[in-house]
Design a binder for this molecule. Structure first.
Ligand code: NM2
Length: 499
């Protein structure tokens, strides 16, 4: 069995992840200090790298779409797209978005409402409108461009040159040539795995306390570290089983149920909340976003030094970058028969609109509680943290127990449907045999699923605050930006060579 494993990719990845996780568990205090320092150095001194990466991704996606490079079709014209646009968009959304959209959808505005970007006035209407908009920006077209960057070259290799790209390093071959077979290629794959584990660490580190809080509130039990670890293990087990049984079976049914439950949840909140406020604020957010878009995309606050863009935009771009090669492969796979323009613009429009709906409905429900004085979300956030506040917000709704149960289930399944595919992709990456349509060994898929659970366990033991969870993505994603640039370059090079 071990013969089939690419040890040069597997061993360094495992050693680094286990080393860091055990280091945290054994020496939490020192680790906390090192993590905080690292985060400060990267965000304060090198934050511009992520901001520039966001600009690059957006310009690349728009530039490619509206030039000859966008007209390339991934497959034959006669056959047409493999998936209808609706299922294509649904798959895209479910793969790239997990429970975080619910977590942040509900409370992201609250952080921004008090942070006052651009030096706004406390509790002013501008501060509220900006707070409602910033979340939509962080989950909007720039973010989705970051996801889409690598899909062009992978899609081209896969569907036009008919090279099965089962490792991200393969997508860099047009640029790096035979160096991909050496240590450089292995390094790229290791960085890809570490990035994904870091991004997943942030996601699971946020999602697990939310699910735990939901369960504790429904069953009226007290939260302990053991309960939190138990919930994490249940989630991990769920995606391990799903990765074991293959992507097509259990997870497909689960995803479909999840979509129905999510739509129900959003409609419910839309109706029981102040619907007119949501529509009005949602509409106004579109204007604020268009007005502020170039500033939001480039802002580093060099004089005011509020730290806002570093704490938020830099963190968000890092988090999207961590998942980006994985999503690039995914988007490329499902886009057979589409033009590159259609794939890229489709990703950023459907993705951004999908996320915006969550923010407009869930976020404005909470914002309205704050503004109307019926519940002080900001106070709750600073006293009890994100997970408790989200469940408190849900408690203000009618049939709140049912809604809390619904959100808990949806969050768990959302996490499971993202990380079973992540386990799968990591299993493919470390496999030696790289031919089309093969299945990586089951035990390797399960192995990666379990590894995905290790990093968050160390975070739970560390009782980590938000900034530590953010650091996992900020550090792990930095080298992944290089992979994005290489794959983007590879696409242009290949099209120039072939046409
Ligand atoms: N992103 C979209 O936890 C999740 O929902 C997975 C998070 C990168 C912010 C993706």
């Amino acid at each position: 069995m071990l013969k089939r494993i690419e040890k040069g990719i597997m061993i360094p990845s495992i050693l680094i992840v286990l080393g860091i996780s055990f280091g945290i568990i054994i020496n939490p205090e020192t680790s906390k200090r090192i993590i905080t320092q690292t985060q400060e150095i990267i965000t304060n001194q090198y934050g511009y790298i992520y901001i520039w990466y966001g600009i690059f991704a957006f310009v690349f996606v728009i530039g490619i779409s509206f030039s000859k490079y966008g007209r390339v079709r991934l497959g034959s014209k006669e056959e047409g797209p493999e998936f209808k646009t609706f299922s294509w968009a649904a798959m895209l959304f479910c793969a790239g978005i997990g429970a975080s959209v619910i977590y942040w959808g509900v409370i992201e505005w609250a952080y921004y409402y008090i942070a006052l970007p651009y030096g706004g006035k406390i509790e002013s209407f501008q501060a509220a409108e900006l707070a409602a908009t910033y979340g939509i920006f962080h989950w909007g077209p720039v973010a989705w461009s970051i996801y889409a960057v690598s899909s062009a070259s992978i899609g081209y290799l896969y569907h036009v040159r008919k090279v099965p790209v089962l490792r991200i390093s393969e997508a860099c071959r047009p640029i790096l040539k035979e160096k991909v077979d050496g240590i450089l290629g292995k390094g790229i794959d290791v960085l890809f795995i570490l990035g994904l584990l870091g991004g997943a660490g942030t996601s699971l580190g946020l999602g697990t306390p939310l699910a735990t809080e939901g369960i504790a509130r429904i069953f009226n039990i007290e939260i302990t570290i053991f309960l939190e670890i138990a919930v994490l293990l249940i989630i991990t087990l769920l995606f391990a089983v799903s990765a074991y049984s293959g992507l097509k079976k259990g997870i497909k049914i689960l995803s479909n149920i999840n979509i129905i439950l999510t739509i129900f949840l959003l409609l419910f909140v839309f109706v029981v909340g102040d619907t007119i406020f949501m529509i009005n604020m949602g509409t106004s957010s579109i204007g604020v976003l268009i007005d502020k878009f170039p500033i939001m995309m480039t802002w580093l606050d060099p004089v005011g030094k509020s730290g806002f863009p570093q704490d938020w935009t830099v963190f968000y771009w890092a988090w999207w970058v961590a998942y980006a090669p994985f999503m690039g492969m995914f988007i490329a796979r499902i886009s057979k028969g589409r033009t590159v323009k259609n794939m890229l613009l489709g990703s950023i429009t459907f993705g951004s609109i999908g996320c915006a709906v969550f923010f407009i409905i869930l976020g404005n429900y909470g914002l309205n509680l704050q503004l109307s004085g019926s519940y002080n979300v900001i106070d709750s956030l600073s006293n009890f943290g994100g997970a408790v506040t989200i469940i408190n917000i849900l408690e203000t709704m009618p049939v709140s127990k049912v809604i809390i149960l619904l959100v808990t289930i949806v969050s768990i399944v959302f996490m499971a449907t993202t990380f079973d595919s992540a386990s799968y992709v990591m299993a493919v990456t470390v496999h030696k045999k790289q031919v089309e349509n093969y299945e990586p060994d089951r035990w390797i898929r399960v192995f990666w699923a379990l590894t995905l659970g290790v990093v968050p366990i160390s975070f739970i033991l560390l009782e980590s605050e938000l900034s530590i969870l953010q650091t996992a993505s900020i550090v792990a994603a930095l080298p992944v930006t290089l992979i994005g640039v290489l794959t983007a370059w590879a696409y242009i090079k290949m099209v120039n060579e072939d046409r």
